[in-house]
Write a protein that binds this ligand. Sequence first.
Ligand code: ZN
Length: 137
Amino acid sequence: MKVLKVDHIGVAVNSIEEAKKLYTDILGLPHMGSETVAEQKVTTAFFPVGDTEVELLESTAPDGPIAKFIEGNKGRGGVQHIAFRVENIEEALAELKAKGIALIDEKPRIGAGGCKIAFLHPKATYGVLVELSERQD
Ligand code: ZN
């Protein structure tokens, strides 16, 4: 498999509206728009930083994965996942599976921006939730 770069860092927040002021007004980053991914019960907002991006994640439902993450983090947000961009996500998943790496998603799903994404299980990645992402450029 070929990992090309850190695609983005996913940060869970209680409110994108509130948190985006830090990224735009204070840090001076552009806000590249927000998008709700209904299947994952999340609204995302991307802020490019050099060759990578910060992805803010706000839950759209109390039982969504981001709401559960924040609940488990004493109500505070925090870094929720790191995404690596890969050249070919199907190949990467097949290779990881063959090497015994536990996967949350055995097949890619469609995430924000129409990317193909898949999550590895944190038990296989030293506690870090790792997302693989392949852009449909
Ligand atoms: Zn992500």
